[in-house]
Write a new protein. Structure first.
Length: 434
């Protein structure tokens, strides 16, 4: 086998490979002989068909099959011989293929870029530090109370976080418009779910009061005819409701699986969940910051084949999400451009973190793998069952090892970077995540 390597452009390579005629012809002859033993042809006994007859009938097809196998086999031998690392599958082109002559073919493909991770010691990172205060725990308990609260009618003016039931009619230049009218419409004040400016005049309104609300539809409003238009709504308040919260007591604690109703045990469980969610949030935010800084310092020439693979993966994920929502079964393939930027970013991240892992000879730390599994499992009713399931599934364990390796690569960058710790309140960090 003779091999010549040519750089065409960027990461693209062109291999011209020549395979001796004897090797190809012998493979064709062997395959024809095998066919002669199995083919049934009129006038010949089974297994007694002359090879010359088989060659006349099947020779061209057999040679095509052999040529395909020869190209695959010799391509892989060639890249090992030349120490080339292809990114994606090659395209093959037969350039010479005649009986008794050397077979020649061309393989075109892209290689992985040579990645050198630069500027790590110049990276400046803000590492967020958060202490969960008693006030944060109280706020979380209040959130849980609201989740189990009841709306009850109140005989007072509406406040933020109250709920009002109303009829309204909207007009533009004195004329009603489509979609601007409703009866018994329920609105929770303070959620900003209506047009900007709609809620403000309703704070302070009372039952049976008529309120005039002047608003301007946003320029990006979904209804073309209403974009940027000034409108007036006449609102009749039919009911004002306030949230009645349950007490944080024994019965309340039992709602959250605390069988003996111990309120302190409930608080401990809530704090534990807050700490777990906070830890994951801080880890995610730090990872995103590290990756953003790495990408700023390192621009990589990306193989189109890898980007295309990532585009296809993202497209399939999108299709699955639509399918889960009941709308993806007949969804046509979404345009690649929708996913290209994200795909390029993900490929770049993978190459950079992969190089960090390679250069530092990082191996998945088993304690970290176990910790990741246990943290993930702690959100389930029976954590040990989840842990056992993962540890008995080789594919899932490999996934967790990859996650651990990625975290170790991020930690390595943090260790090399200039890190400044910044204290922030719990609510600020968690609200940013939302």
């Amino acid at each position: 086998m003779q091999v010549s390597v040519e750089t065409t452009q960027g990461l693209e390579r062109r291999l011209t490979i020549t395979v001796p005629a004897e090797s190809v012809d012998n493979a064709v002859k062997s395959r024809l002989q095998q066919l002669a033993k199995t083919q049934r042809i009129n006038g010949f006994r089974p297994g007694k068909v002359p090879v010359s007859v088989i060659k006349k009938r099947y020779g061209q097809a057999v040679r095509q099959e052999v040529a395909g196998d020869v190209m695959q086999q010799n391509f892989y031998q060639a890249i090992v011989q030349e120490k080339i690392n292809p990114a994606g599958m090659p395209s093959f082109e037969l350039t010479k293929d005649q009986d008794g002559e050397d077979l020649e073919f061309v393989a075109k493909f892209e290689i992985y870029p040579e990645v050198e991770v630069k500027g790590v010691d110049e990276i400046e990172i803000e590492k967020t530090v958060v202490d969960i205060a008693d006030e944060d725990l109280d706020n979380m308990l209040e959130t849980l109370q609201k989740q189990h609260g009841e709306w009850k009618e109140v005989k007072r003016k509406a406040r933020k976080d109250d709920r009002i039931v109303m009829d309204f009619v909207g007009t533009i230049d004195g004329e009603e418009f489509d979609g601007g009218k409703a009866e018994d419409f329920t609105l929770e004040l303070g959620k900003d779910r209506m047009i900007p400016g709609f809620e403000k005049p309703l704070v302070g309104a009372k039952k049976d009061e008529e309120v005039i609300v002047d608003v301007t539809f946003p320029e990006d409003y979904h209804a073309e005819a209403l974009k940027g238009k000034a409108a007036q709504f006449t609102v009749n308040v039919k009911k004002v409701e306030g949230m009645s919260l349950p007490k944080v007591d024994e019965e309340f604690a039992k709602l959250f699986g605390i069988e003996d109703g111990d309120v302190e045990a409930l608080k401990a469980e809530v704090r534990k969940n807050m700490e777990r969610e906070l830890s994951q949030t801080l880890k995610t935010q730090l990872k995103e910051e590290v990756i953003a800084k790495l990408l700023e310092k390192n621009e990589i020439d990306l193989p189109a084949a890898l980007v295309d693979q990532e585009v296809n993966a993202l497209r399939e994920q999108a299709k699955q999400r639509f399918s889960q929502q009941g709308g993806g079964e007949n969804l046509p393939d979404l345009p690649a451009d929708l996913f290209k930027d994200n795909a390029q970013r993900r490929v770049s991240i993978g190459l950079l973190l992969g190089e960090i892992i390679k250069q530092n000879e990082l191996k998945a730390d088993q304690e970290k793998v176990d910790s990741l599994i246990e943290t993930m499992a702690s959100a389930y009713e029976d954590p040990q069952e989840v842990v056992d399931y993962y540890k008995n599934n080789q594919e899932l364990m490999q996934q967790m090892q990859n996650v651990a390796l990625e975290e170790q690569a991020i930690e390595w960058v943090v260790d090399q970077a200039k890190v400044t710790e910044v204290n922030k309140p719990f609510d600020e960090v968690m609200n940013k995540q939302e």
